[in-house]
Design a protein around this ligand. Structure first.
Ligand SMILES: [Zn+2]
Length: 114
């Protein structure tokens, strides 16, 4: 990561650590949201049960995206320690600092992310 200065790397590392703690917190919350919907006929009417099934599936989709991002963030932090951070996993080229500021967890350059 020669194209990144120590200051830039430190900035990106703090971005990643911030994202990591945010994602971990959010995943704990969504853990509760994806629990099986209670099928209590008396307490919950048919409509509100469908509502909760719908919001459950939305929570699942969000959770999947967050899980993917969490893995990328963890991987990026590991690559900072390895000294390979900022290099495209596909073409080996340098990932622009500007792109990393927007997607600090990105493993590929703008050209390869398609
Ligand atoms: Zn690339």
């Amino acid at each position: 990561m020669k194209h990144l200065s120590a200051g830039q790397t430190a900035e990106l590392r703090s971005e990643l650590e911030h994202a990591l703690s945010k994602l971990q917190k959010s995943l704990v919350v969504s853990d509760q949201a994806v629990r099986p919907v209670e099928l209590d006929q008396t307490a919950v009417g048919r409509l509100s049960r469908m509502d909760s099934l719908q919001s459950q599936s939305m929570a699942k989709g969000l959770r999947e995206r967050e899980t993917v991002r969490l893995a990328l963030v963890r991987d990026a932090l590991k690559r900072i320690d390895d000294g390979t951070y900022g290099l495209c996993a596909a073409c080996g080229g340098e990932i622009a600092f500007e792109r990393l500021m927007v997607f600090p967890e990105s493993p590929t350059c703008a050209g390869c992310s398609g």
